[in-house]
Design a protein around this ligand. Sequence first.
Ligand code: SF4
Length: 338
Amino acid sequence: MVEKARLSHRLTHGELVTLLAGGGADGALFAAADRVRREQVGEEVHLRGLIEFSNLCRQDCLYCGLRRSNPGVRRFQLAIGEILEMAREAAESGYRTVVLQSGESAAYPTGAMVELLHGLKALGLTVALSVGEKTRREYEAYRRAGADRYLLRIETTDARLYERMSPGMSWANRVRCLMDLRRLGYEVGTGCLVGLPGQSLASLADDLLFFQALDADMVGIGPFIPNPETPLGAAAPGSLALSMKMMALARLLLPDINIPATTAMEVLHPQGRLLALMRGANVAMPNATSGPARSLYALYPGKVCAQETPRHCRSCFGEKIQSLGRPIGTGNGARIRS
Ligand code: SF4
């Protein structure tokens, strides 16, 4: 099955479930994902500077520390000038791409986002947004103002599980957002959480087939990490091994896409991101947020490098990548279709 996937980039739902269940093929799976990564997207590791600019959120996802019902969060909202200053520093540190991430809120109306995007583009940066569900009109305005990419994880393709985990949100609307982004010409990133309470292997296999059907340009996969300040605080964490298998399978099914080594993997293993880079990943998103905002954006506990400076983070992680014998990407790391 692994060899079939390596050559054809196709697996059935049943085959995906079998591979996710293990059965002694994990080593072969990881080796195949690493080989496909090398053949299709090369050795470069692309770094994106992550700027977490506000932890305000109107949503109430059960697994997330930023949920509106969490009274323990000190909320912040950076001014446009502060965000642009962080982006300028990121550009000076060598980043060609920044990812602007926030909770879902109306704190930055369309006009403010357009002003922000114009400022980011004036710095010569490729810009990815990760600011949640918006109307098509808003996505259009961001795109016209220069946004290149948009990250919106589906989280799970099990609609009932999704709506149980995110009360008041609609799975159909999530899919509508992804379709709008696709039609508007963004590079579209999506992904899922692995290990949500009630999630099955069959559901994870559905997630992988969904990424393929969407023709996602980037897929980010992270293990569920219980946050004690949320209703799921006592739940078991997701499995690192299963998350890695999901990531490796995503590489086999979508060979030329960008796949990040997610920081959540490093919460479960001190070398989690490096391991991910050896099992199909080709992107990392070091934190380029500075000041108090850096530690106040806490989706889950144990966030890595929360006290470091952006410059330190980039050089430290850059050295780790080079220790793998892999170069840091010099371009903007757009998906190049094979
Ligand atoms: S997962 Fe996103 S939308 Fe849900 S509460 Fe957290 S920040 Fe808000």
